[in-house]
Design a protein around this ligand. Structure first.
Ligand code: DGL
Length: 262
């Protein structure tokens, strides 16, 4: 079982930002990534739909013989991970907005969070946010349209800059000092965000924390691959192959990307 791959899924290509951290932290592990781009964005969907898509993706990854599932999507984690854990007998790692580190470090006592409607309206997010943000104002912004532009490969254009600026400006005016990226697509916006944000505002995402947690859970379950050789990385998308290929080729990690109906 140790030699089986780590399965990772997201509503699209965004979770590759998490995959990259996992590939760096666990270089001997094989990975299989599912980009469910055909059904993106999840953020606008009902909880029932998000649960049923997450079950579909999990079944596919288990069919492909994965030993652990990383839900590399905040929207799927906050809406579906409880159900997944109750229905499947395999360890799951989820991703949630990094509210806690931001709340611990903020000096202005104001933090911004950019995420999907599905994440911000979930019960799990409300619980985490309440738990860690005593005396801190959390200003939530729904990133409507951002995932669609990223999925279309339009990260660096004028359209993205204008839309993102309209979401970020009110946060800057409110004097936040931390911006939490609560969607695994958004780390790809960091170069654009850096042009918009004043230098004193720190951006936080959850990629490295998820990779660390994946290592801990694999080790606790005696599932770490003991191979000395480098792992292989296979990607499947039910959307546009070229968009996925363009995003993963920037990592300089050898990958094999394919189209698949699922
Ligand atoms: N990448 C996703 C997340 O982390 C989902 C975005 C979407 O499909 O709306 O929330």
């Amino acid at each position: 079982m140790k030699k089986q791959a780590i399965g990772i899924f997201d509503s699209g290509i965004g979770g590759t930002s998490i995959w990259k951290e996992i590939a760096i932290a666990l270089p001997n592990e094989d990975t299989i990534y599912l980009a469910d781009s055909k059904f993106a964005p999840y953020g606008k969907r009902s909880q029932e739909e998000i649960i049923s898509l997450s079950i579909k993706n999990t079944k596919k990854l288990l069919e492909l013989n994965c030993k652990i599932i990383v839900v590399a999507c905040n929207t799927a984690t906050t809406n579906a991970i409880k159900t997944l854990r109750s229905q499947f007998d395999v360890p799951f790692i989820g991703i949630e907005p990094a509210i806690k580190p931001a709340a611990l470090k903020t000096k202005t006592k104001k933090i911004g969070i950019l995420a999907t409607k599905g994440t911000l309206s979930s019960e799990l997010f409300a619980t985490t946010s309440d738990l860690y943000t005593n005396n801190t104002e959390v200003i939530e912004v729904i990133g409507t349209g951002l995932v669609e532009l990223i999925e279309a490969g339009k990260i660096y254009g004028e359209e993205m800059f204008t839309l993102l600026s309209s979401y970020i400006r009110p946060l800057v005016e409110k004097n936040i000092d931390y911006l939490v990226l609560g969607c695994s697509h958004y780390p790809y916006l960091i170069p654009v965000l850096k042009k918009i944000l004043p230098k004193n505002i720190i951006i936080i995402d959850s990629g490295e924390a998820v990779a660390r947690q994946t290592k801990v859970i694999l080790s606790n379950n005696d599932l770490l691959n003991e191979n000395a050789s480098e792992g292989s990385h296979i990607f499947f998308t039910n959307g546009r192959l070229s968009v996925l290929q363009n995003i993963v080729k920037k990592t300089n990690i050898t990958t094999d990307a394919n189209q698949l109906e699922f």
